[in-house]
Design a protein around this ligand. Structure first.
Ligand code: COI
Length: 354
């Protein structure tokens, strides 16, 4: 890997001892350092690491007004011997640039993304939890920084990486409500990219679902509201009979890296995997005839989030208990094993920090 020319300013006083990194709430406490790369004059001009801090910005900063803001989520893990590795970072790097192109933002070169990430993790390795379920959540993001009112692509950008120790995103299995009024994404839109606005628009419908006792919604297609797409911030996976079924990727669905890992393991284990349209009718039918064995969401933050009940219109479909879910339990254990260096990484997913 090529190394970016990164200026490093180390903190004079680490804050790591102020926390029990194996036991902190998700996304609330940030590690000692952050990586920043600045884009101006048509090129990436400088890269540096500084102590984690706020940054001064203009109230006219274009990301705030016109939404040129994209991000990624990745995780680093610590093995029992103390080695730190990141799960599939090159996939996140590629996806960030897919988002950048769609949002008319400059692509981030690999040496900046990977070089910055590796240097940052070397400095902040003490922040990576060693517990069975802990990890260091990594948030790379790219924002438009022009001070200008007017809708056009910014001429300046910052690419930033911050990290935070993280435990479970959902502490319990979740109940989800099929959403048939509001939509997350439409064909030709930006549902397949990790644009900040996709998350902003999800909050009101999610709040309404929460008021009805659900934790998340299941998004349906924007035209007919009859096909299932994603759940909250996660991809959706079903086990129907002996087949693993998931909505096919399209321009309304994010190409989740955990999703692709689950499907790769299922195929390696000889299971039948179908990536196709999944209708509400099919799922209700499978529930009725007892073939709907497992439903779960996948995402970097959540990893595998078990779904124990689905609401649809006036009905509630209670799903099989988590203890009976052999596929997702095995997936969860295998992924954890690979990440912690206890199960052979046959797919070459782990990227060592050295
Ligand atoms: C992730 O799974 O990393 C996400 O992006 C979900 C959420 C924390 C925004």
């Amino acid at each position: 890997m090529i190394n970016a020319d990164i200026k490093i300013e180390k903190t004079t006083q680490s804050r790591v001892d102020n926390y029990d990194v194996n036991n902190v709430p998700f996304g609330k406490c940030f590690s000692d350092h952050m990586f920043i790369a600045e884009y101006a004059n048509g090129k990436w001009e400088k890269s540096y690491i500084t102590p984690y801090r706020d940054f001064p910005m203009s109230y006219a900063m274009s990301a705030l007004h016109y939404g040129q803001a994209i991000f990624e989520g990745m995780k680093a893990y610590k093995s029992d011997s103390g080695e730190v590795s990141v799960f599939r970072p090159l996939d996140n790097f590629n996806r960030l640039n897919i988002s950048a192109i769609r949002m008319a933002m400059p692509e981030v070169p690999e040496e900046i993304f990977m070089g910055g990430l590796m240097e940052l993790l070397k400095l902040d390795s003490a922040w990576v939890p060693s517990s069975e379920t802990g990890s260091l959540y990594i948030r790379p993001f790219l924002i438009a920084t022009d001070e200008a009112i007017g809708v056009k692509p910014s001429e300046t950008y910052k690419f930033i990486i911050i990290t935070c120790p993280a435990g479970k995103y959902y502490s319990e299995p979740i109940k989800v409500l099929i959403e048939t009024t509001y939509i997350r994404a439409v064909e030709g839109g930006v549902g397949f990219v990790k644009a900040a606005g996709n998350y902003g628009r999800s909050m009101y419908p999610t709040r309404l679902a929460q008021q009805k006792g659900y934790q998340q919604v299941i998004w349906t297609d924007g035209k007919t509201h009859s096909y299932l797409e994603e759940s909250g911030t996660m991809n959706l996976i079903f086990v129907i009979g002996d087949t693993v079924v998931t909505p096919a990727l399209s321009d309304t669905i994010l190409a989740g890296i955990t999703r692709s890992s689950v499907l790769a393991l299922a195929r390696e284990w000889g299971m039948k995997v179908e990536e196709r349209k999944v209708s509400i009718t099919e799922i209700v039918e499978a529930h009725k005839n007892g073939t709907l064995k497992e439903v779960f969401g996948t995402g970097t933050a959540a990893t595998i989030a078990q779904i124990i009940g689905i609401g649809y219109e006036d009905d509630y479909y209670s799903l099989p208990p988590v203890e009976e879910r052999t596929f997702s339990t095995k997936i969860d254990e295998t992924l954890r094993g690979i990440r912690k260096g206890k199960v052979a990484d046959n797919m070459g997913w782990m990227h060592k920090v050295q």
